[in-house]
Design a protein around this ligand. Sequence first.
Ligand SMILES: NC(=O)c1ccc[n+]([C@@H]2O[C@H](COP(=O)([O-])OP(=O)(O)OC[C@H]3O[C@@H](n4cnc5c(N)ncnc54)[C@H](OP(=O)(O)O)[C@@H]3O)[C@@H](O)[C@H]2O)c1
Length: 285
Amino acid sequence: MKILVTGVKGQLGFDVVKELTSRGHEVAGVDIEEMDITDKSSVKAAFSKFRPQAVVHCAAWTAVDAAEERENRQKVRAVNATGTENIAKLCAEYGAKMVYISTDYVFGGDGVEPWTCESTPSPINYYGQTKYEGELAVRENLKEFFIIRTAWVFGLNGKNFVKTMLNAAKTREEVRVVGDQIGTPTYTPDLARLIADMIVTQKYGVYHVTNEGGYISWYDFTREIYALAGIKTRVVKVTTEEYGLSKAKRPFNSRLDRSGIVANGFEPLPDWRDALKRYLKSLGG
Ligand SMILES: NC(=O)c1ccc[n+]([C@@H]2O[C@H](COP(=O)([O-])OP(=O)(O)OC[C@H]3O[C@@H](n4cnc5c(N)ncnc54)[C@H](OP(=O)(O)O)[C@@H]3O)[C@@H](O)[C@H]2O)c1
């Protein structure tokens, strides 16, 4: 299949290109230099050059705190909402399937029950709002789509929580990490494998995808990162309130109900601890 992948320089796009290529697809991985998703004519040109049968749309404005700044808002919406709409419209024109990567931040983050695919979105912050507008654009323009909501993403190619904590340990004897925000990490090669499984099917719809292994806090995650990496830095559990306000509001409840994966005959992702072990190994740890 001819597959266009956006955000190839980011965490997920990089691994999606790798996975799809290894399965024998004809893949074009693009980033802003080859195709600026906010520019309709640039998206049009890329489609007419490559003529994709499917698109995996991983590109996004992912700087969640910066997204709150007044001067960035227009740009954030242009990338996450209008950019996604531009791609969805071209997918409709070319009869291409679309995979859109969305986020747990489309939900309000309250309560303790896992969010199901049927839960009503109520975005927690501006980034979440614009990602939700992206979802709506996909639904409005296409029938053959997969919307994959994921969370706590970590991969080789880019910034993420694991790298931040490993770096922090180089200079600190103690780190404070929140223990009251609960979710599950997602390793990009594992998510890429499921995307590659899905894209050759017609099992369209909304999916919630993270690694398996239960729901944990950022504190739990940090403890495991340091234990596996043999790091002695002390991890102190704090509440979100004690940690102090970040610019963007963060969800206490990022639990995603992943039951749709197995219900549709797909293989779930491995346990996040197993994923973390493989990740640390790939970082050379
Ligand atoms: N990271 C997470 O924890 C997380 C959680 C839930 C969902 N997600 C979603 O998962 C997807 C993949 O996330 P990720 O962590 O792999 O993201 P990432 O590493 O930040 O990569 C996003 C890529 O999109 C590119 N991009 C930005 N503006 C663009 C434009 N106008 N045209 C073309 N490309 C543009 C970025 O380029 P520049 O670097 O040059 O800006 C970057 O290479 C995103 O849709 C994100 O919303 C992520």
